[in-house]
Each structure stands twice: as C-alpha cells, then as structure tokens.
Design a binder for this molecule. Structure first.
Ligand code: HEC
Length: 143
C-alpha cells in the first residue's frame, strides 16, 4: 500500500475514535440522569474524603470489607440506625466522628443513591450494542 493510503486509514480511524468518544462522554442517559441535591453532594464529598468506598460498594463497585450500601436506606428504613452506624466503629469499620449535620448529609447521600435503582438489578437489560439499560425504580431523578 502507498504511504498516502496508510495516512488516510489512520486519519479515518482517529476521526471515528474521536466521534465515538464524543457521543459516549456527552450521553447523559448513560449515567441514569442522576442529579444529587446539594446536601447529598456534601454527603458524597464526606463519603469520598473518608474513603468509605474502600470497604463499601455502590452498585457493586468498591471494597468488599463492608456491605454494599446502594439500597441500605430502603433496606434499613431507619434514619437513626444508619446515622448511628456512621460513628459506631463496629467490627472492622473505623470509628468516625461526624457531627449531626455531617451525619444528615451522609444519610441524604445514601437516601438519594437508593432512589436511583436496585442493586443487584433485576431489571437490567443488555442491548445489542453492549450498553446495559436499567429500568429505574421511580422517575424522581430523570429529566
Ligand atoms: C475499614 C472498612 C470500612 C470503612 C472505611 C467504612 N466502613 Fe462502614 N462498615 C464496615 C463493615 C465491616 C460494616 C458491617 C458491620 C456489621 O456487620 O455490623 C459496615 C457497616 C456500615 C453501615 C451499616 C450498613 C447496614 O445496613 O447495616 C453503614 C451505613 C456504613 N458502614 C457506612 C459507612 C460510611 C458512611 C463510611 C465512611 C464514612 C464507612 N462506612 C466506612 C466497614 C467499613
């Protein structure tokens, strides 16, 4: 093949790659249109800062020392229980020292994550193009 043809193929593949990436990164539906409230985002920041994810999972992603907390909120149905757990230092979970408003923020984070769906999902469908489509429990978080 002539060098010019190689160049053409290279440019074509690079362009396709960029176009494909553009669609993937701008497709908001891929994230389930989840919009956390400001309070929940403060909770998420506490979650990240304190490395809760090193032991807990959200949608199965995270460490495995503690339980998956995607649906901890609806599973426990008890705000005070969850808030007490944050500072309890039970088993291998370290004893944190969150104040009341921080506990409220973490709780709000777990509450809103819980509303985005179920894990493990019984409603996940794998589409022919490989995307996994999840049927959301309610449409509070959908645009
Ligand atoms: C070193 C590991 C570790 C870290 C870090 C950790 N946890 Fe835990 N967590 C655990 C373990 C283990 C349990 C289960 C305790 C039990 O079985 O009673 C647990 C239990 C919980 C529970 C109770 C779940 C339920 O349904 O009973 C909540 C809520 C929780 N953790 C929240 C958090 C939050 C929020 C953070 C970060 C601020 C955090 N954890 C950080 C290990 C950890």
């Amino acid at each position: 093949m002539k060098p010019k043809k190689y160049l053409f193929i290279l440019l074509l593949l690079s362009t396709l790659f960029l176009v494909y990436n553009f669609f993937i990164y701008t497709d908001s539906s891929a994230y389930g249109n989840v919009h956390l409230s400001e309070k929940a985002i403060r909770g998420e920041n506490l979650w990240l800062k304190n490395n809760c994810n090193s032991c807990h999972q959200i949608y199965g992603l995270g460490g495995y020392l503690g339980p998956d907390l995607t649906n901890a909120y609806s599973f426990r149905k008890n705000d005070n229980y969850l808030k007490a757990m944050f500072n309890s230092g039970i088993k291998t979970m370290p004893k944190f020292d969150f104040n009341e408003s921080e506990k409220e923020e973490l709780l709000q984070f777990l509450k809103e994550i819980d509303q985005t769906g179920h894990y493990p999902s019984t409603n996940a469908k794998i589409k022919p193009n490989g995307w996994v489509e999840i049927q959301y429990k309610n449409d509070v978080h959908e645009n």
